[in-house]
Ligand binder design. Sequence first.
Ligand code: MN3
Ligand code: MN3
Length: 320
Amino acid sequence: MDNNNYTAINWNVLEDQIDKATWEKLTEQFWLDTRIPLSNDLGDWRSLSENDKDVVDKVFGGLTLLDTLQSQDGMSSLKKDIRTQQEEAVLNNIEFMESVHAKSYSSIFSTLNTPKEIDDIFEWTNQNEFLQYKAQKINDIYHNGTPLQKRVASVFLETFLFYSGFYTPLYWLGHNKLPNVAEIIKLILRDESVHGTYIGYKFQLGFNELTDKKQEAMTGWMYDLLYDLYENEEKYTHLLYDKVGWAEDVLTFLRYNANKALMNLGMDPLFPDTAEDVNPVVMNGISTSTSNHDFFSQVGNGYLLGNVETMKDSDYDFKF
Ligand code: MN3
Ligand code: MN3
């Protein structure tokens, strides 16, 4: 066969079954922010203190930035060194969902905040030095890193860096507040669980092909990067959470998730923290089943995307 021929993607001949399994999982769990009745959370929102509201706003500003990065630069950079054509299709799906994630915070803002407040949140997000540090660090790897480094950056972002933000809506969900906002976060979390596992798996395929010496160098680079990001995350966490007194709990949650990111990459944990160390209210928030709101049927019979089931704990633990 002529190597210059343009090759049609053939889903009936799979080099890697995981591509198809991931495609099916991701398309089954497709969702849109517009189906969640966010305005039902307005009563809860009004009951929060100014400090509590400020934390929610800034946390979602930060998450918007990270999902913007994933949708604009992350997946397109990973697509440059795919191992199979189906991997590119999966990354296309992920890229679109990252745009849904990034947009969903705007839906939350437009429900809870005034236009002036929204402007201030974005202004803060685009100026904050710790947010900019992590976004630029990861983006630099996306543009200048090796194929494996890029996959590490993506997994660290999604399985680790997001969690300083996810803590807040899960905390409120654990206290029976803002359940619809939390529903969006849980749908995002469910996606990220699949993304982190899949991209971590593709990393491991490449990593296993390296010589021992190169594996050692890669591992060293990875742990250095994690430490660097953790130091920045400590500062970000104190800045956001000191005024409500949650910083230490958030840092425990972060270390627990940093270990999960390493696990996705097939690496040993770095921190001693386990699920038992995390604030049980937040763990409870993660495991609370979603209420569904019947959101697929709300928009009429034509909008039927398979059966929506109650989410389980295991939905957040996607493994092959
Ligand atoms: Mn995302
Ligand atoms: Mn993702």
